[in-house]
Design a protein around this ligand. Structure first.
Ligand code: AMP
Ligand code: MG
Length: 403
């Protein structure tokens, strides 16, 4: 026991003096700052708007036309002159959506008009078909040219995530294609001799491998392209995979093998043979992530425990690779359960949000970072600052997850 410790400790200290760039036990903010110096969203491409869902805009987009392009009717009814007496109104023309304006209204004339049809330029009010031709003259039922967006104004800014409503806006202002960031290619390597693919029989000491499916799904949701690979706890096989993935991908994510175990080869390889930048982040769960470069490709070693790898992905990878809007909303909620904090670490306990008069949060099941069920029965993460416990009645910050 004593020898194991002695073997281990000098090993780490020597490594630190050999590689002075490794920052240890850093804050989440510092980790994000370091990651951001290795941008993943660099290449851009022009794609059809129909393929652009969940892509991120790489430049500002201005309106090619005003929206709407012309004054038009928001109702089915009549276009009129409000100066006419209601009893004098006579229907003179019918205008459908898609028609051009036949002519100006003469005094006493009303044009029957359908929703979306253009308004004669001198019409200053509309009457609803429900009210009859002698009904109330309504000036605000005319949709004015450019009231949605004026031609030439920036409708969406660079870095905006293209959601359904934003795509609709792009179409309505005339864009058939957009410039977006190219989806990065992400290799995901799960490490561990104990891991078995679901569907196979579990032998003593083995568990089913579950991180590659969650990480690959998270990567897809982030708008990137995942490739999953498995590796035994063998340093030579892992080195070979690192080499292969460095060639084929923009980012390598690993799971497992980053903490203090004798078989934690991701950490060892990156520190001894790679270009490490940080190891360990002040967060719980997910304390031991390691980050560095391997032959020119960034590699982030995520912890093996399923909740830890998931939470580290949300906290460190999402803002770096993708867009937080896709994954969570920051909220404030009143605690209905106690939450345990941690010394010097931000704590992301799994909590369930209830939305009644105010948002409240409860914690239901076991919080162990091994237990992925805690991510399923809860739907949010607390953001407990370091050294603070959450008491019943406290209002805390939290991330409401979009799973
Ligand atoms: P490690 O960091 O490799 O020591 O892994 C920490 C814990 O996470 C261990 O209990 C592993 O069995 C578990 N673990 C590691 N990788 C996976 C995985 N891909 N799927 C499920 N559990 C894992
Ligand atoms: Mg392991």
């Amino acid at each position: 026991m004593g020898w194991d410790l002695l073997n281990f400790e000098p090993h780490i200290y020597n490594l630190n003096s050999e590689v002075p760039n490794v920052e240890k036990n850093i804050s989440i903010e510092r980790a994000l700052e370091i990651l951001s110096t290795f941008p993943l969203l660099l290449d851009t491409e022009i794609i059809d708007v129909n393929d652009a869902y969940n892509h991120i805009l790489s430049e500002d987009v201005a309106a090619l036309v005003p929206s709407p392009p012309f004054d038009n009717s928001s109702i089915d009814g009549w276009a009129i002159l409000s100066s006419d007496e209601p009893k004098d109104r006579k229907e003179a023309e019918i205008v459908f959506a898609g028609d051009t304006i036949p002519r100006l209204l003469e005094p006493g004339e009303a044009f029957r008009i359908m929703t979306g049809a253009p308004i004669p330029p001198n019409a200053d009010a509309l009457v609803m078909v429900e009210d009859g031709l002698q009904g109330i003259a309504r000036k605000n039922y005319i949709r004015l040219q450019g009231e949605n967006i004026q031609q030439g104004t920036i409708a969406l800014e660079k870095n905006t995530l293209l959601s359904p409503s934003r795509l609709a806006l792009l179409s309505s202002i005339g864009h058939s294609s957009v410039s977006v960031f190219t989806r990065p290619k992400v290799s995901i390597i799960s490490t561990g001799d104990e891991l078995v693919e679901p569907g196979k029989e579990l032998k003593p000491g083995q568990i089913y491998e579950s991180n590659s499916i969650s990480l690959a799904s998270l990567v897809k949701k982030a708008g990137a392209i995942p490739t999953t690979l498995q590796c035994s706890d063998n340093i030579d096989s892992l080195r070979e995979l690192f080499d292969q993935c460095a060639e084929s991908s923009d980012l390598i994510l690993t799971s497992g093998g980053v903490s203090m175990g004798d078989h934690d080869f991701v950490r060892r390889l990156l520190i001894e043979e790679g270009e490490p930048y940080f190891w360990k982040v002040q967060m719980r769960p997910g304390g031991p992530p390691i980050f560095g470069m391997w032959k020119g490709t960034p590699i982030l070693g995520l912890p093996g425990n399923p909740v830890s790898s998931h939470v580290v992905f949300l906290m460190l990878v999402v803002p770096w690779l993708s867009h937080p809007d896709l994954f969570y909303k920051k909220i404030r909620a009143r605690l209905k359960s106690k939450l345990k904090g941690a010394k010097n670490k931000t704590v992301f306990r799994r909590i369930k949000i209830h939305s009644n008069d105010e948002l409240t949060a409860t914690s239901i099941t076991h919080q162990g970072s091994r237990n992925i069920n805690s991510m399923v029965v809860h739907d949010a993460l607390s953001i407990l600052p370091p050294n603070i416990n959450g008491d019943i009645g406290d209002i805390i910050d939290a991330l409401w997850l979009i799973d």
